[in-house]
Design a binder for this molecule. Structure first.
Ligand code: LLP
Length: 452
């Protein structure tokens, strides 16, 4: 599952003792395992090898350049949803000819930037994943203006229930994503012959995380039907991007294996692949979630009424998922001792000496928690280190500076070595963009916004 394991009652990241990382880098910090990232990527490629997909790692799940470089070296393309993510992919050494660009709100500046960097160019594999009629018209107008020809896939909304949190369910008709199947045929009829924006693919992403394989089967069935309908309208589809959404093990063995997802998708995808259609996948979580932990220090413990609180040096500022989605993240001390080493990551590891506790952060909100009513060792005390597991996806990438909390450091472990891949922010870097107010030259007036 991943390379974070207890040995003699102490947590290790690959060959490195996690306590040593905390002593050297401080807390809070994210710790990633290079081996786990590579292993998950390789397993995915292997599971889907029959359709030889272009794997475009979803940068939004963890955009650290250290993580992106590991995947770039493996040959991954990237799924980006903003100019900022595109910039990250480029800096990490990913050819933009292997990037796909989705998102319902691409700005003109971002589109121009992406085209100028070669995204969607006809000699590459990348695509603009277009989400609406207005966006297509804008893409085509900008491409024409730049005298560029770009390749475009239509993001379809197959109206499939992925049975996941409503905030991350994206393939139902009532969500803002893509174009519904009825409009998809009309879309091709209207825009399918544009000279600058070549509409040639279909894209879908139905939600995240998806813990059953049926939603993929249903979405793929609808997509295959649409491919045939479009063929009868005279449009031949060259690529299908199935998006991401494969699960991760927040609890031990919670997620289907990648080959189980593949087994559901393959019978529908393979005949299309054999007809010359290229497949793209956009996994994020399934690659990096289990490849990262968040390392925290216990600042204080206290009891209020019946409740025991473990107060850590970061909370929802560093890891938003529990408070935002009510999601489960396994939490356990870094050095619990042999007797208190959990056999499984689960709500209650069934060990003696545990009591119900809330794990909270330092922020001034009751919503600032990492775990509520969790069975944890009663022995947890001030100064202890604790690890929040399966934190590699949507952890640091959703972190904020709320309460002027400097962003955590990020560490990449490989074997017996550790590298700081993002330095901890300092108080000085927190305010660096505010130190020197500058005159704002207001459009259409001689006035300036500065106070002289
Ligand atoms: N492709 C598109 C177009 C997406 O919007 C996403 C995720 C992915 C691929 C990657 O999905 P993955 O393989 O990572 O499941 N913040 C939430 C998850 C939001 C997912 C947004 N889109 C969370 O913490 O659970």
């Amino acid at each position: 599952m991943d390379s974070f394991s207890y040995r003699n009652g102490e947590l290790y990241a690959e060959g490195v003792r996690v306590r040593d990382i905390a002593d050297s880098a401080g807390t809070p910090c994210y710790v990633y395992s290079r081996f786990t990232i590579e292993d998950h990527y390789d397993r995915l490629v292997d599971a889907f090898k029959e359709i030889d997909p272009l794997v475009c790692y979803s940068v939004k799940s963890s955009g650290n350049l250290g993580v992106l470089r590991v995947l770039a070296e493996r040959g991954a393309g990237m799924d980006v949803v903003s100019g900022g993510e595109l910039y990250r992919a480029k800096i990490a050494g990913v050819p933009l000819s292997k990037c796909v660009y989705a998102g319902v709100g691409k700005t003109d500046t971002e589109i121009r930037y992406a085209i100028s960097e070669g995204l969607g160019a006809t000699n590459g594999l990348g695509l603009f994943n277009c989400e609406s009629e207005e966006e297509f018209e804008n893409l085509a107008a900008i491409a024409r203006d730049m005298r560029a020809t770009i390749r475009v896939a239509l993001r379809i909304n197959p109206d499939v229930d992925p049975k996941t949190h409503r905030y991350t369910s994206t393939g139902k008709k009532e969500t803002k994503f893509g174009v519904d199947l009825e409009r998809a045929r009309r879309f091709f009829a209207t825009y399918g012959h544009d000279a600058y924006a070549k509409l040639e693919g279909l894209h879908l992403h139905i939600g995240s995380p998806i813990y059953t394989v049926d939603p993929y089967r249903e979405a793929m069935t609808k997509t295959a039907t649409l491919v045939d309908e479009l063929a009868s309208d005279g449009f031949s589809i060259r690529s299908i991007d199935l998006g991401g959404g494969f699960g991760a093990d927040y609890e031990s063995s919670q997620s289907p294996l990648l080959k189980e997802y593949a087994a559901a998708i393959m019978p529908l995808a393979k005949p299309l692949y054999d007809r010359g259609i290229r497949f793209i996948l956009e996994p994020g979580r399934t690659i990096v979630a289990n490849a990262g932990i968040l390392l925290l220090k216990v600042l204080y413990t206290k009891t209020s009424g019946e409740k025991r609180f473990v107060i850590c040096d970061a909370g929802m500022n560093a890891m938003l998922r529990p408070s935002h989605y009510g999601s489960f993240q396994f939490i356990w001390p870094v050095a619990p001792g042999v007797d208190m080493t959990p056999a499984r990551r689960t709500l209650d590891p069934q060990l003696p000496g545990t009591v119900v506790q809330d794990v909270v952060g330092p922020l001034c909100e009751s919503g600032d928690f990492l775990a509520l009513d969790r069975m944890l060792p009663a022995s947890i005390k001030r100064g202890d280190l604790i690890a929040l597991f399966t934190a590699g996806a949507y952890g640091m990438s959703m972190a904020s500076r709320y309460n002027s909390s400097p962003l955590p450091a990020e560490i990449l472990v490989s074997g017996n070595h550790a590298q700081i891949v993002r330095a901890r922010e300092t108080f000085a870097t927190l305010v660096e963009h505010e130190l020197k107010p500058t005159a704002l030259h207001l459009a259409g007036s001689a006035a300036t916004g500065s106070i002289e």
